[in-house]
Design a protein around this ligand. Structure first.
Ligand SMILES: NC(=O)C1=CN([C@@H]2O[C@H](COP(=O)(O)OP(=O)(O)OC[C@H]3O[C@@H](n4cnc5c(N)ncnc54)[C@H](O)[C@@H]3O)[C@@H](O)[C@H]2O)C=CC1
Ligand SMILES: O=C(O)[C@@H]1CCC=N1
Length: 257
């Protein structure tokens, strides 16, 4: 996820390669990132923490506590820490840090890599409006971003952080069926993915209700309504609601750890 955000920022031209430094633990990642992306990267978390104005913690949730333990003595009162992990809430950060530090809790998603990310942010009380806007600008360099209150943060992965995985499954199922009908695999992915991307753009750009856009496709007595009826019969909406609630439940569980 960290690599997607870094590449998204660099590709947008809003940040230059020499303004970004990173750390990782495996030689493989360090070699890949320095070779492919070209930023400075090492395994020295303390040094990076001391040198950073805005410090993104892009590790797995269970790694946060150990990394913070390692770096907390290096943080100045001006450092802004940005988290990207589900379940790492602002109170948990205060506990791990042992003092009040500027923290922005966020939830990005992987389409940030291609400039189509959706991120949601929530600052603690020490972050000024100017600082929040500076971080928001970074997130908006690789997609869209929203600021919300923390009580909704656990519900964000289902809607945007994790949901690309659900959409990939939908596209994969469409493409598999197209292949079954005889389409070559590459054309099947292109047709399914472009249709999903186009449909999403229709919602964003026309502002129309998704139900109306769906109705516009369904010719009376035509072919689409047969597919729509089959999706209803097999519980598409129910499956989506179950998936969203399971994702949010897990976020809530991680938040309470
Ligand atoms: N993959 C996704 O779609 C999204 C992931 N996230 C969150 O992003 C975080 C990272 O997830 P992924 O990128 O998927 O995992 P990943 O395993 O691909 O990346 C984690 C990175 O952390 C580095 N790392 C591990 N321990 C470290 C340490 N002690 N010091 C410095 N670097 C260390 C690893 O070298 C690796 O590059 C997680 O908290 C995840 O929940 C949030 C939104 C979307
Ligand atoms: O699955 C996860 O926990 C992370 C957070 C959102 C997307 N991937």
């Amino acid at each position: 996820m960290g690599q997607a955000m870094i590449q998204g920022m660099i590709r947008s031209g809003s940040v230059s390669i020499d303004q970004i430094s990173a750390t990782a633990i495996t030689e493989e990642t360090i070699d890949f990132v320095s070779g492919e992306i070209g930023i400075r990267i090492s395994d020295d978390n303390k040094r990076l923490a001391a040198d950073s104005d805005i410090l993104f913690l892009a590790v797995k949730p269970y790694v946060y506590q150990g990394v913070i333990e390692q770096i907390k003595s290096e943080l100045s009162e001006d450092t802004i820490i940005v988290t990207i992990a589900p379940g790492i809430n602002l109170e948990t950060m205060r506990k791990y840090l042992g003092k009040n530090v500027k923290v922005i809790r966020s939830m990005p998603n992987t389409p940030s890599l291609v400039g189509e990310g959706m991120s949601v942010l929530c600052p603690n009380e020490l972050v000024t409006e100017t600082e929040l806007n500076a971080v928001l600008d970074l997130y908006e360099s690789f997609g869209k971003a929203e600021v919300i209150k923390e009580n909704l943060m656990d519900a964000v992965p289902a809607v945007s952080g994790s949901s690309p995985a659900f959409v990939y499954m939908f596209i994969e199922a469409m493409a598999d069926t197209a292949v079954q009908q005889g389409f070559p695999r590459d054309k099947a992915y292109k047709m399914a993915a472009q249709s999903v991307s186009g449909a999403a753009k229709m919602i964003l750009e026309t502002g129309e209700h998704p139900g109306k856009l769906k109705d516009d496709v369904c010719t009376p007595g035509g072919v689409t309504i047969e597919g729509v009826t089959a999706l209803e019969k097999h519980g598409l909406r129910k499956a989506v609601i179950e998936a969203m609630n399971a994702t949010t439940e897990r976020s809530g569980y991680l938040s309470k750890q």
